[in-house]
Design a protein around this ligand. Structure first.
Ligand code: NAP
Length: 296
């Protein structure tokens, strides 16, 4: 028998605004004391609508809290060598503390090469293998923005993770993989028993039904349905899929990987889409940039 619980929304929008306010206060203090104002640069290749939206949001967020920001745009035809040269230039630019190369990149550019070209000290996206390794070893580093945002959300809502069963659906290098490592680390939040599910997993429901925490990051709209979660679960929805919707001015709406109406009533906590993980990602990137500026 299922008993419906009253769920609490994990409000990423509010939490990220709180973090941004804290950062703005810190920037003001730095500015008053004549310290170094954090400077983030973004590299945008091509004209993918979603990437453009994300990069613009990052630049805008920087301006709002008093960071400096720079945006470098290139056509999708840019050669891999030319992009790598630009990255080298940014690595050596002392006026910058951190930079990101917005993914995905066009097919002719090797993303792994790009991630490895960014200097680990300026890798505020936390994608460089050195930083991923440090994260896995629980050493100070830049944690990639989306998983870092989720960890902060769990922390700020005081959600107990120690000893819990956590299922992460997805094992991408930018979300699922680091997320599973963070949840298993001997840390707070962390100390979970983690199961990673992916496209080859047989019968995902068998795993999710046993999970106290489900983190869904596969990019398949409304994949996680009500019958797949147990009562009282904490559900984190990372997915963002654009679904055609003529009633919207933009012509689409954003849908998560969770069938919210079915899943939410069974949860103790759940993130909405939009307004959950997305805003936390930007706040985390800003936190990483401040950290980069402080250690420069
Ligand atoms: P990705 O690179 O495409 O990885 C998807 C992962 O899901 C892969 O590990 C894949 O398994 C697994 N998967 C695919 N279909 C599956 C299925 N039917 N059952 C189980 N696992 C399946 O995607 P991503 O970059 O991690 O992004 C995932 C979603 O999060 C997307 O909707 C993306 O837009 C969103 N996202 C949101 C934010 C944010 O700030 N909110 C940030 C980043 C990404 P294999 O490894 O076996 O292929």
């Amino acid at each position: 028998m299922t008993t419906e619980t009253t769920y609490q929304l994990l409000d990423g929008k509010q939490t990220s605004n709180d973090i941004k306010e804290e950062l703005a206060i810190e920037v003001e203090k730095i500015s008053k004391s004549g310290g170094t104002i954090p400077h983030l640069a973004a590299v945008l290749v091509g004209d993918d609508g979603a990437s453009e939206t994300y990069v613009n949001a990052k630049v805008k967020a920087c301006e709002k809290i008093g960071f400096k920001s720079s945006l470098y745009r290139y056509p999708s035809s840019i050669a891999e060598d030319a992009l790598l040269s630009k990255i080298e230039e940014l690595n050596n630019d002392d006026s910058l503390h951190g930079f990101i190369v917005q993914l995905p990149l066009p097919d002719h550019i090797d993303e792994q090469k790009v991630k490895e070209a960014v200097s680990p000290e300026k890798d505020v996206d936390g994608f460089h293998p050195e930083n991923v390794g440090k994260m896995a070893l629980n050493l100070p580093t830049f944690i990639s923005a989306t998983p870092y945002g989720i960890v902060q959300l769990l922390e700020r809502y005081s959600i107990e993770t120690s000893g819990k069963n956590c299922v992460v659906i997805g094992r991408s290098h930018i979300v699922g993989l680091p997320m599973s490592i963070l949840m298993a680390r001997k840390a707070k939040p962390g100390n979970c028993t983690v199961t990673v599910c992916h496209s080859r997993t047989q019968n995902i429901k068998e795993f999710t039904l046993n999970a106290d925490i489900v983190i869904v990051a596969l990019g398949s709209a409304e994949f996680l349905t009500g019958d797949m979660v147990k009562d009282g679960a904490v559900v984190i929805d990372v997915g963002i899929t654009r679904v055609k919707d003529d009633s919207k001015k933009s012509g689409y709406r954003l849908v998560g990987d969770v069938k919210f109406d079915e899943v939410a009533p069974k949860c103790s906590y759940i993130t909405p889409v939009p307004g959950g993980v997305g805003p936390m990602t930007i706040a985390s990137l800003l936190k990483n940039t401040l950290q980069a500026a402080k250690s420069s």
